[in-house]
Design a protein around this ligand. Structure first.
Ligand SMILES: [Zn+2]
Length: 216
């Protein structure tokens, strides 16, 4: 059985995969005067299974005989399900319903390589989080200041969140197409705020459950 080293979306790294099935279609696009093929194209369909976790992925690769210089297989390859380098965090199910749904949709946009939509979604998620904390008053900047005043954000986080919001706003209004790394950086920051909030509520619940000392 043929082996290939490719990214595994479950192991979250490059692993050895076994080629379980492969087939190739071919069509002759151009014929010379004698009816001989001078250019052809086709698709190679491959099913691969990770040797580590047995996750299965389907690859579709288009090819043609007139490849331009610099053109590679990678330009014509699609995967189902899409190759994923980041998974929804396990704590997402503990989030309030709106935040959980938005975060799920952001990941689907990310995995579908819809980076502009993912960035717009992150801005919306940040807005939902801020309204939940300090109410719906004023624009993003005034909500941010209130978050910092109430201690939900440190000065260092405030410095990071402001450009994140700017990136989301540019994606929504000014045709900015963010790079995947930029989306992941903003995602990490927004997840940090949401997770911190969850841990805070959990901790408060635990502290409230501790019976008070009896007065002597
Ligand atoms: Zn795997």
């Amino acid at each position: 059985m043929n082996k290939e080293k490719i990214h595994c979306s479950r192991c979250l790294g490059t692993t050895t995969h076994s080629v379980e099935f492969e087939t190739n279609t071919e069509s002759h696009d151009d014929l010379d005067d004698l009816g001989r093929a001078i250019a052809s194209s086709g698709v190679v369909y491959t099913v691969l299974k990770c040797d580590g976790c047995e996750h299965i992925v389907f690859r579709r690769r288009f090819w043609h005989t007139d490849m331009e210089p610099g053109e590679s297989w990678e330009c014509h390859t699609s995967w189902h399900p899409p190759l994923v380098s980041r998974q929804l965090p396990p704590w997402h199910r503990s989030l309030p319903a709106t935040e959980e749904r938005l975060l799920g949709e952001i990941y689907r946009a990310l995995h579908g390589e819809a980076f502009t939509l993912a960035m717009m979604g992150l801005r919306a998620l940040l807005d939902v989080y801020m309204v939940g904390k300090v109410g719906d008053q004023g624009g993003f900047t005034s909500k941010l200041k209130k978050l910092a005043e109430h201690g939900y954000l440190s000065a260092a986080q405030l410095e990071l969140v402001e450009p994140a919001i700017e990136a989301g706003s540019a994606a929504a209004h000014r045709g900015f197409h963010p790079e995947p790394d930029a989306v992941v950086a903003v995602l990490e920051l927004v997840e940090l705020l949401l997770h911190q909030d969850l841990l805070g509520s959990k901790l408060k619940g635990a502290v409230d459950a501790v019976p008070p000392r009896k007065k002597k």
